[in-house]
Design a protein around this ligand. Sequence first.
Ligand code: NAP
Length: 290
Amino acid sequence: MINLPAEIIDGSKIADSIMNTLRDSFKEQQDKTGKQARLVLILIGKDEGASTYSRAKIRRGEKLGVRVDLIKPDESISEAELAVEIGQLASDPTVTGIMIENPVPKHLSFSKMTDLIPFYKDIDGTSSTNQGRIVNRQEFLVPATAAAVVRILSNYPELTKSILTIVNRTPVVGRPLSQMLLNRDYTISVCHSKTPDVVIYTRRSDVVISAVGKPNYFDDEMINPDCTFIDVGINYVDGKVTGDANYQSLVKWVKRITPVPGGVGPITATLIFENLLKAFNYQNLNSGKM
Ligand code: NAP
């Protein structure tokens, strides 16, 4: 069988178009209210991915005309000390959104710390309240990575009827994404490290969404040629960013693929600001009641 080269889904182009809309919306809302939207990022530790992701958001914030501040507490900060910092940001009316960059050092519980952020300032939608709202089909601030995948899939409405597998079950990616896709009538399987044979699921799937976090995990033996492969993984190999796909092999094999870098990542960094805009509007409408 001769395969055509895959359609390469250009995440930067999708992100640019969302950025244009967001820039106008922020300007309109900030002019109308006389207030400025402000995102505070909390980066703890030296994780390369988390640092890169926070820099990407600072650049995007500048382009959108919103304020983004980066707080870098000492790596040894305790949960009690971090709780005090979060509490101050939570009650500061000039702060629209708070985001703790993931991963955090092992002595801190990411989920416990994000649950200290009021749901209307929880800009990556990872708190229990915002995750619960997804399950109850009352989506508000949703995890941006999951939203990025949903945004990509929305360009291919025929895929709603297809067989879809997510390889990840974490609260940042797989769990919210699976619920968001169910809310949109997709039919999904979710695999993880204890799944006896991931290939049984991926080989029969029309869409595979991978966030395993292992370079070269997927090659053409594991995927069918009609597959749309969405690569959420971010791995560093010899100083270069790569996804979970053996890209050189899959790009000649599958129907569509998101590259890394330039696929899911730029859309994710942009959709953080869609959440910030929602939070800004919500807080302006409900000020005095919160
Ligand atoms: P994580 O906590 O390491 O989760 C990895 C997931 O993959 C877990 O659900 C794990 O299963 C599963 N897994 C691990 N090895 C497996 C195997 N051999 N077979 C099947 N499943 C396996 O990481 P994360 O925070 O969810 O992030 C996942 C990846 O996405 C990372 O590369 C991260 O950098 C990237 N990421 C990208 C974006 C973006 O915007 N592009 C955003 C966030 C994260 P268990 O649950 O059983 O452990």
